[in-house]
Design a protein around this ligand. Structure first.
Ligand SMILES: [Zn+2]
Ligand SMILES: [Zn+2]
Length: 154
């Protein structure tokens, strides 16, 4: 449940968990190369007058090209998120605060999922930490072994 009724929040913290498919409108226009759904688990707590603190964990997988050898890579991403949702107009200028429109009826955490994920996308993935990359001379994939350009070392 990624939209929480404020009356429920008045009773105490509410667990927020759910799965958003890669094609969900939450991610529309971001051009994220998501592989599979985004998993969200977290807790939303009322911390003030129409103000709510959300801490959550996002799990996603992204498709991309290894920056060294250009093979397809799927990079897992796990992200801890701590954000404040607030209807306070004074908080609207704070980039860490997600604005709510008063009177708040429910808190939708999906805009935070969208933003935090967009900021955390691995821009330059690696297929593995020690990827040997491509030979700058002949373009051979050096993960498969040494190319003819250099003498194999032992
Ligand atoms: Zn690679
Ligand atoms: Zn070579």
């Amino acid at each position: 449940m990624l939209q929480v009724d404020v009356r429920e929040l008045q009773q105490g913290p509410v667990q927020t968990s759910g799965e958003l498919p890669a094609q969900d409108e939450t991610f529309a226009g971001l051009g994220l190369a998501l592989e599979g759904p985004v998993r969200v688990t977290g807790q939303l707590t009322e911390t003030g007058d129409q103000e709510y603190f959300w801490h959550a964990r996002l799990e996603a997988r992204f498709r991309g090209l290894c920056r060294r050898c250009l093979t397809d890579v799927v990079s897992p991403l796990e992200l801890a998120v701590e954000v404040l949702f607030s209807a306070d107009p004074d908080a609207a200028d704070d980039p860490a605060v997600y604005p709510l429109v008063a009177p708040v009826i429910r808190v939708d955490v999906r805009p935070a999922v969208r933003e935090e994920l967009a900021l955390a996308v691995p821009a330059f993935p690696l297929c593995r930490e020690d990827c040997a990359g491509l030979c700058p001379r002949c373009g051979a994939d050096l993960n498969a072994g040494p190319c003819g350009c250099t003498a194999p070392s032992d």
